[in-house]
Structure formats: structure tokens, C-alpha cells
Write a protein that binds this ligand. Sequence first.
Ligand code: FAD
Ligand code: FES
Length: 280
Amino acid sequence: MYKIIRKKELNPTVTLMEVEAPFVARKAEPGQFIILRVDEEGERIPLTIADYNREKGTITIIFQIVGGTTERLNRLGEGDCIQDFVGPLGTASHVEGLKKVAVIGGGVGCAIAYPVAKKLHELGAVVHSIVGFRNRDLVILEKEFRSVSDVYKMMTDDGSYGEKGLVTDALKALIESGEQYDEVIAIGPVVMMKFVSLLTKQYDIKTVVSMNPIMIDGTGMCGGCRLTVGGKTKFACVDGPDFDGHEVDFDEMMKRATVYKEFELHEREKACNLFSKEVK
Ligand SMILES: Cc1cc2nc3c(=O)[nH]c(=O)nc-3n(C[C@H](O)[C@H](O)[C@H](O)COP(=O)(O)OP(=O)(O)OC[C@H]3O[C@@H](n4cnc5c(N)ncnc54)[C@H](O)[C@@H]3O)c2cc1C
Ligand code: FES
């Protein structure tokens, strides 16, 4: 059992939890993830390691409440325990040797992009961060991102905070103003990563995306997380989650992500109903 030692709501649908998991904390690197099970009957879901503290033996996760399991997880509080917490899984992000990088985060993807930006900053790279949210109320990790960025651009779809527009607008403007990046790292909704990759392809800038297909074991045993990269089948849990954005078949990935939609809706309703009964 893995104890939650800190819980913080970052916005109405995004929660941060710091969890005691010393064996995971000992080896965790940015870009890796864990798979957890809330309780004995729970499904396994992957969440990125947003931060780690080797001395304290803790792992920080940041999750968006999108369905049944994240709803159940969000119901746990400080002092409660998570049944299973397996990791670190996946291949760590390759950040060594990069001198100037644009890190793009979309929505809760910022929780995944932040540790990568932080590591790049610690290694001495120039970091330009571009973050995008639907509106001001959904903004997360602003202070943290700013503290590791040489340039920080905040974009909102409705213009309620920062600049109005998409992350691709800001990236295009920076590139056209003469900024030259060794690499662009984009993490967020699949559609955002697709359009960042299409843009950078025009300028021939290497682009790394973090893919989030459905996962089950997360250790390479089932292929539930498969995707096509450069015409070849890859397993995101072991070969990734980072891949070359110019090679990923995003359209196939988006189609596969909707396979369990009806079942997911049902599970969420079940979790919400259970909760409304408990609070009565
Ligand atoms: C490597 C990786 C890292 C991730 N990191 C984060 C993170 O740091 N923060 C965060 O908020 N989310 C992250 N996700 C997504 C997270 O796993 C899903 O939001 C979660 O599984 C949803 O479960 P649910 O039951 O609450 O929602 P559901 O109603 O089951 O699903 C809602 C959405 O989540 C996707 N999803 C459902 N089950 C899985 C699964 N087993 N694996 C992957 N996606 C699934 C569905 O395709 C759907 O789009 C990550 C996914 C992957 C693959
Ligand atoms: S989740 Fe089973 S192989 Fe990746």
C-alpha cells in the first residue's frame, strides 16, 4: 500500500498527489510513468511521474479527472493509501546534450512537460516554454514552469489569460522571429501534438512527442499501447512514451483512443453515482 502524504487541487479538474513510494523514487527519471490501481477491484491506469524526491522517497503525480478511475482516485485524501503503484516505467526522456529547446505543454500535459523542462534547465539548456489552456481557470504549474524557463509564453483559447491563441501560434512566431531550437518537445492532447509536429516539419526541427495510448500492464507484455511510428509497430510503454513526432501516425492513435468510450462513460457514471450516495 502506498500512502498519500500530500493532496492539492491545482484547478477544479486537476489534482496533485505526493505518494510515498521509495523504490520508485530511487530510480525515477523525467519522462517515465507509474501504473496504479486505486483499490483491489480497480483498473490499472498510467500516470506520469511529475516530480520525485529521492531523500523523502516520494513521487508526485498530477492527474485530470476524466473518468471512473481518476474520479475514484480523487476521492482519496492525505493519509489514505493507493493499492498498487508500479514504476518507474517507460524510457526516460533524452535531454542530455540539448542546448536550446522549446517545450510545449497543453492542459494537463503541462504536468508531464514540466519535469522535462526542469531537467533541461538543470542541465544548462536554454528553455523556451509555451503552455496552452482552454481558459484561465484551468492554468496549472505557472510558477514552477516560469522558474525553469528563459522564455515563458502562456496561451489561452479564449484569451482570458496570457495571449489568445494556440500553442502553435506562439511557436510559429518564435521560430519566425529567428529563434533556433535543437529540438521541440510537445506534450498534451494528441491533436495538439499532431499540429505542433506538422508545423515543425515545415522548418525541419526535430520534434519529440509523448504518446498516451491505452495501457494495461505497462511492461511490454500485451501490445494494448501499440502505435505506428515510421511505419513500424511500437509499444508506447517500453519503446516510449517519447517518439519522433514527424514519424507518429496520429490519426490511427486518435481512433484507437476512442475504442472503449461507451464502457468508460458507464464506469464514470457508476463512480459518480457511488459518490453521490456516499455524501447523502
Ligand atoms: C504514459 C501515460 C502517461 C499519462 N500521464 C498522465 C498524467 O500525468 N496525468 C493525467 O491526467 N493523465 C495521464 N495519462 C492519461 C491517463 O492514464 C488517463 O486519463 C486515465 O487512464 C483515465 O482513466 P479514467 O478511468 O479516469 O477515465 P476513462 O473514462 O477510462 O477514460 C478517459 C480517457 O482516458 C483514456 N484512458 C482510459 N484508460 C486508459 C489507460 N489505461 N491508459 C491510457 N489512457 C487511458 C481514454 O482513452 C479516454 O480518452 C497518461 C497516459 C499514459 C499512457
Ligand atoms: S501496455 Fe501492454 S504492452 Fe504496453
